[in-house]
Design a protein around this ligand. Structure first.
Ligand code: AMP
Ligand code: ZN
Ligand code: FE
Ligand code: FE
Length: 274
């Protein structure tokens, strides 16, 4: 069984439609794929329908933008009630924050002579419920300012970039509680990525486990072997599930993030979602 529990479609900043993503997951030899768009569940229906027709199991998920001690932390949620009122309200706040900062970031780019309109961004974000920096980057590429999405982050869109504007993110503990209250499973995505590694200490993960956190994503391209060994040790001590996943974004990220490049062991999957 090959299981990939973290992928993005064009309902956030991936490039495949949800159905294309599931077709690509099947072609990559996966048996289980979770669709985890940023802050949105609008891809679930198409992905599940495609999975049924192809015979690949689709887990319904999300990657929620959260904040913990001032740092950005991404929280994966699985198989929760998408109509849970408090969770929907919190996601609405996050999505509104995404929309609100777009014109502010475009104004900063304009200050530097880069002319990107909201219509340019909308042309790139298309069906996305969650618009973000990658769509601004794509608009910069479409207008010939850059050759690839990645180039926009250095100097412009990264948190220390000239066009960066912060946005609302859900408090992490509250997000964990909301996912649990909505009947789902909560797993921290790439906990020791740059930034979040400083705040997601063993003690912090213990506090989160006590609040209901189910697992942590250990096998992710952002983690080197030392980080993985450290996270495995913490997971074992705290009884947290260990997942592995690609964080696939279609052509929005490089080929090293291909579907199934990192996978979740069957026993861990069964503990989490079985
Ligand atoms: P946002 O959702 O607007 O906060 O933008 C963050 C998203 O941009 C992340 O989820 C990644 O998919 C993408 N991203 C972040 N850093 C980079 C980078 N250096 N190159 C390309 N994409 C990036
Ligand atoms: Zn993304
Ligand atoms: Fe993430
Ligand atoms: Fe992701």
């Amino acid at each position: 069984m090959r299981i990939d529990l973290h992928t993005h479609s064009n309902r956030s900043d991936g490039t495949d439609t949800p159905a294309e993503l599931v077709r690509n997951a099947k072609a990559a030899g996966l048996d289980v794929v979770a669709l985890t768009d940023h802050d949105a569940t609008t891809g679930w229906e198409d992905a599940v329908a495609e999975g049924r027709s192809l015979g690949i199991h689709v887990v319904r998920g999300i990657e929620i933008s959260t904040r913990f001690h001032g740092e950005s932390v991404h929280l994966l949620g699985y198989e929760f009630d998408p109509d849970h009122e408090a969770l929907v309200a919190e996601l609405r706040r996050v999505l509104d924050g995404r929309e609100g900062r777009l014109p502010q970031m475009l104004a900063r780019l304009a200050d530097h002579g880069i002319d990107i309109t909201m219509a340019d961004v909308a042309a790139q974000s298309g069906d996305a419920a969650a618009s973000g920096r990658p769509h601004i980057a794509d608009a910069m590429v479409a207008k010939g300012y850059l050759a690839h999405r990645d180039e926009a982050f250095d100097g412009w869109l990264n948190s220390d970039g000239k066009a960066y504007v912060d946005r609302y993110a859900a408090p992490l503990l509250e997000a964990v509680r909301l996912v649990k209250d909505a009947g789902g499973q909560a797993v921290i995505a790439h906990p020791w990525s740059r930034g979040s590694d400083a705040v997601l200490t063993a003690a912090a993960l213990e506090e989160l486990a006590a609040a209901g956190l189910d697992g942590i994503e250990v096998d992710h391209n952002d983690h080197d072997d030392v980080a993985r060994a450290g996270l495995r040790d913490i997971a074992r001590r705290l009884g947290l599930v260990q997942t592995g996943s690609s964080d696939y974004h279609g052509t929005g990220k490089g080929p090293e993030f291909s579907l199934g490049c990192q996978t979740t062991a069957v026993d861990q999957y069964e503990r989490l979602l079985g």
